[in-house]
Design a binder for this molecule. Structure first.
Ligand SMILES: Cc1cc2nc3c(=O)[nH]c(=O)nc-3n(C[C@H](O)[C@H](O)[C@H](O)COP(=O)(O)O)c2cc1C
Length: 166
C-alpha cells in the first residue's frame, strides 16, 4: 500500500455506489482507501452560534485525523439545485474551523471529483473545483460524470485512479 485515500460520499445512493467502486479500484491497485459516508455524520448545520456551543458542536476529530493522514481525497457528490449537497458543504464548514487555518485539512492535498447527478452534473463539479481550489487543494483536471444515460466506465476510473497516485 503506497498511498492513503479518503473517499467522501455526499449521498447514499448512486454516489455511494460510485465511492465504493473507487474503493474497489484502489484496492486492485494496492492503494489503501476508506469511504466516508457524509450523510451518516449527523453533524448539525454549521452556524457561528453552534460552533461556540459545546453542547451542539460535533466531535469532528475522527474524520479530521483520517484526512490528515490521507495523501488524497476523492469526492463523489450529486448535483443539488445547481450546487453541491448540503451535507458536503456543511462537513467542509465544520472541518474548516478545526483550527485557525481554514485550509489546514485540505491544503496541498490531491482531490479527484466525481458526480452521479440527474443531469450533467457540471454545476456541481464546477462548484467543487472552485471550493477545493480555494481550500488549497490540487484538483485533478479530469473528473467523472455519470447520470441515467452516461454509464460507468472502468477504464475512465482506472485513468482517474492512476492520476491520484502520481
Ligand atoms: C434536492 C435535489 C436537488 C437536485 N438538483 C439537481 C440539479 O440541480 N441538477 C441535477 O442534475 N440533478 C439534480 N438532482 C438530482 C440528483 O443529482 C440525482 O438524483 C442524483 O443521482 C442523486 O444522487 P444519489 O443517487 O447518490 O442520491 C437533485 C436532487 C435533489 C434531491
Amino acid at each position: 500500500m503506497v498511498a492513503n485515500v479518503v473517499i467522501l460520499a455526499a449521498s447514499s445512493g448512486n454516489n455511494l455506489t460510485l465511492a465504493n467502486r473507487f474503493h474497489d479500484t484502489f484496492l486492485e491497485q494496492k492503494i489503501q482507501s476508506q469511504v466516508v459516508e457524509l450523510t451518516k455524520l449527523d453533524w448539525p448545520v454549521y452556524t457561528p452560534e453552534s460552533e461556540s456551543d459545546p453542547d451542539v458542536s460535533p466531535d469532528t476529530s475522527s474524520l479530521s485525523d483520517l484526512m490528515i493522514s490521507a495523501s488524497a481525497f476523492v469526492v463523489c457528490a450529486p448535483e443539488y439545485n445547481g450546487l453541491v449537497p448540503p451535507c458536503l458543504n456543511n462537513s467542509i464548514a465544520w472541518l474548516s474551523v478545526q483550527c485557525d487555518d481554514f485550509r489546514f485539512l485540505f491544503n496541498n492535498k490531491t482531490v479527484l471529483l466525481a458526480t452521479h447527478s440527474g443531469g450533467g452534473g457540471a454545476h456541481c463539479l464546477m462548484a467543487m473545483r472552485q471550493q477545493f481550489s480555494h481550500l488549497g487543494s490540487n484538483v485533478i483536471g479530469r473528473s467523472m460524470t455519470l447520470n441515467k444515460s452516461k454509464t460507468f466506465s472502468q477504464s475512465t476510473m482506472d485513468d482517474l485512479v492512476s492520476r491520484v497516485i502520481q
